[in-house]
Design a binder for this molecule. Sequence first.
Ligand code: 13P
Length: 249
Amino acid sequence: MRLKIIAGNWKMNKTNPEALELVRGLISSVGHVDNPRVVLCPPFTALSEVARLLKGHSYFLGAQNMYSKESGAFTGEIAPAMLLTIGVSYVILGHSERREYFSESDGIVNEKVKLAIKTGLIPIVCIGEKLEEREQGKTEEVVGRQLDGSLANLSEEEFRKVVIAYEPVWAIGTGRTATPEMAQEVHRFIRERLEKRYSELARQVSILYGGSVTGENAHGLLSMPDIDGALVGGASLKIDQFTKIIKSA
Ligand code: 13P
């Protein structure tokens, strides 16, 4: 049995008062939920306050990024221990927006993934092709390369801790979601590629889909055999939408 996860990536949205309002609304709309596991990923500035509000509730907290070193002279960066000590359990790594706007390579993502696991955070490792890559028939080549690079040199023990998110770049924030069949095809490819390296362990890893997931399309996506949850952007900022997505899972 694989863990079902619905994660909300708030991106660069919500001041602290707005964040607290959203979380309070979610708690009263969704109530207690163990399955799926719900992970909220507010911006860094809201993590502490949201953590306090989530005490005693079933939701998990995630960060949207972290640095690849444990401490030191890295102005403006955030270390894993800073996240862990305020109650963060998950960290999104290698999101396409980090890759695109902040030049994060597979090598950088790999360093972060290793450090996250070493320090006790669960990495949600994002991969996905751009529109022109899909149109050129390169989806598997690109996704395969990102997968291998981001997870390079992980032992079986380390790999057990990983969550994968397939987010086709052309579907992010565009309202143009992959059909369940299109997404399933890539999720299966990812799992088969992982099976070659990690055999049965690959059947235990949760692979989330992300890209314009809504309350309306979540059920179809989440019904596919290799889709184990969703990484939700825009719709995670709307209480009714995010509630529907959680209920679909
Ligand atoms: P949207 O759901 O807004 O398309 O964003 C997806 C995403 O990037 C989640 O990480």
